[in-house]
Write a protein that binds this ligand. Sequence first.
Ligand SMILES: [Zn+2]
Length: 324
Amino acid sequence: MSSKITMVMYHYVREIKNSRYPEIKGLEYKLFEEQIDFLRKKFQIIRVEDLLENLVQPKYTLPENACLLTFDDGYTDHYEYVYPLLRKYGLQGSFYVPGKILAEDAVLDVNKIHFILASGMPVDQIIQKLFDRLDQYRSQGVELESNEVLFERFAVANRFDPKEVIFIKRLLQNGLPEHIRNEMTSALFAECMQRSEQDFSRELYIRMEQMQEMKKDGMFFGIHSYSHYWLGKMQKEEMHKDIDQSLAALEPVIDLNNWVMNYPYGSEGAYNDEVLSYIQERGCKMGLVTDARVADLAKDNPYLLPRFDTNDFPPKSENYLKLK
Ligand SMILES: [Zn+2]
């Protein structure tokens, strides 16, 4: 018996190579199958309910090598590819769905950015277009720091992306005032994709009927905010409203007195003390972040449990062995 758990985080899981968007950064379905085989051999894949029980009554009765599968962002991929495979093996996946994709036929900025980057337009050209737009705002009297200062601040490579890509992501995710980043993201998305946002949204995201079907089959659903912004960077009222709206949108598939939070972006800025206290007030019992290490219920804050990325496990890598 143990207090430790290895959590794995997934985003896109699909047949990527021959798809319409072969450049999208996701997990090829074939590799997902291989990874699930690996995880089934090495770990015991448990259910969120097992984990919640251990948090309420901390007796730490998790099996040795416990593992939890988590899927972020509510993609159709999760219904089409993930769910059938997990069902075949009797495994539970937990799925964290932003409320906005259910309540509105919109594409989240975070996904617009992914598809802009996967559109085939060279990164340098995207950056040049962003700089041109910023110059336009400045010429209209909007006060913004210089392109050089912005680049310097946000262009910092991470484990997965080079600095130019991170610059585009950070600038459009939170580096600019909200209305400006929304406008810039939408303009660039329209230019790159040449499809209506509504069509794209319907193709990209899971629907409530599909979620209800999955839930009947034992899958678990959790909260991933409403708008998929950085909750820790919002004004308090705005943050409360976002969480309230996300609970309302997911209500058919969650228990309002016993739900799980998965903070969008999951690292610094994704949460703060006010976020943690508000979600507890609203009935949240566990929170997930993106530090890549094994979670230990005996030591970790239950509202900040770390998760590995799919890329940390075979067949992609063996990073999980080093990051313990
Ligand atoms: Zn997300």
